[in-house]
Design a protein around this ligand. Structure first.
Ligand SMILES: [Zn+2]
Ligand SMILES: [Zn+2]
Length: 338
């Protein structure tokens, strides 16, 4: 399923790619659907070299390996289940890469934007950016951990030891972060679209102690807020709910303009910052932590042919939790003589 230009995504047949140096060929089982995919389809984020196969929360099985270059680690053996995230390649040489901040690499390449992703039967990935995955999870349940979970975990880390945590936009990422935050002993306050009672009930079921509309003040001040929604007007709203020295973390890759607000709203050492991408260290930490919580994902499977429907359902908030493209069921169904 490839995005050809803004607003146009369609199925195509392509020959199966062959792995080059440091690459693995992966049979895709599941690929999580992310709001970033929607921004790419809508043209709010540029695709440098279209067409591109979107999808950057990939779970699959290694079926072939290219030759590793000398410095590389031995490739995962065929048959290994791996996860492929948004961060697909970094230069290893720039000031960011050399200081443990490969998420900010000047030349980074991203899965599903610069490198063909997981809305496909199979995909190629650089083995150095693939992860071993925890046991005890199905492929479908794992997929949302690879961006919603990873980016959410990085955003949560940026809130420091904040006790009272507000989550604005209770979608795929927030439903994972809420579970990790509760595990860490934080208190969670969930903010949804006005009137979205089902999502508010969902948040409460995952351990939030309060859930309400994003326009409603919570019962007490917050020490931190993570804004997952792409609505810039939520930033000053969240900022206005913070205690002194609180932080607003903007976790999305794209956001509408942030309206102006009085300086007094920022005064008191309050902070607004963004979180960008992920490092491989984030992934190692989070994938080790997830089974301890244990994080449970609420997934809604879609066939690959229904990828556009999955994105429209995401746009309109028609499900709670995470949408995932399910390629394994489709494959086994195709083999079924019935
Ligand atoms: Zn770099
Ligand atoms: Zn994502």
């Amino acid at each position: 399923m490839q995005i050809e230009r803004p607003g146009v995504m369609r199925p195509v047949e392509r020959p199966e790619p062959q792995p080059g140096h440091d690459q693995v060929l992966v049979r895709v089982s599941a690929c999580g659907v992310c709001r970033t995919d929607l921004h790419l389809l809508d043209g709010e984020l540029e695709i440098p070299h279209p067409p591109i196969i979107p999808g950057h929360q990939i779970v699959g099985t290694v079926i072939a390996c290219g030759e590793p270059t000398e410095a590389a680690e031995p490739p995962p053996r065929p048959g290994t289940r791996v996860g492929i995230p948004w961060l697909g390649w970094t230069c290893g040489r720039c000031r960011y890469c050399l200081s443990g901040r490969e998420n900010l690499c000047d030349r980074a390449r991203f899965t599903g934007r610069d490198i063909d992703g997981g809305y496909a039967q199979s995909t190629l990935a650089d083995q150095r950016y693939c992860f071993a995955l925890p046991e005890g999870y199905s492929d479908l349940q794992l997929a949302p951990l690879l961006c919603a979970g990873l980016i959410g975990y990085r955003a949560l880390g940026m809130t420091g030891d904040a006790e009272r945590l507000g989550l604005f936009g209770f979608g795929s990422s927030a439903h994972i972060v809420a579970q990790v935050a509760r595990f860490q002993g934080r208190r969670v306050f969930a903010f949804t679209r006005p009137g979205d009672r089902s999502t508010q009930a969902f948040a409460l079921s995952l351990g939030a102690e309060w859930a309400g509309d994003s326009v409603t003040a919570p019962p007490e001040e917050l020490d931190a807020a993570i804004v997952f929604a792409s609505a810039g007007e939520l930033v000053p709203v969240a900022l206005g709910m913070l205690a002194k020295a609180g932080v607003v973390v903007c976790a999305g890759i794209h956001m509408s303009d942030i309206p102006s607000f009085p300086y007094s709203t920022l005064w008191g050492e309050r902070v607004i910052r963004s979180v960008a991408n992920l490092t491989r260290q984030d992934a190692r930490e989070f994938l080790a932590l997830a089974p301890q919580v244990p994080v449970r994902t609420d997934v809604h499977p879609y066939a690959l042919a229904d990828a556009a429907l999955a994105l429209e359902d995401l746009r309109h908030g028609r499900f709670v939790g995470s949408a995932v493209i399910d390629l394994a069921t489709e494959r086994s169904g195709a083999r079924d003589p019935a």
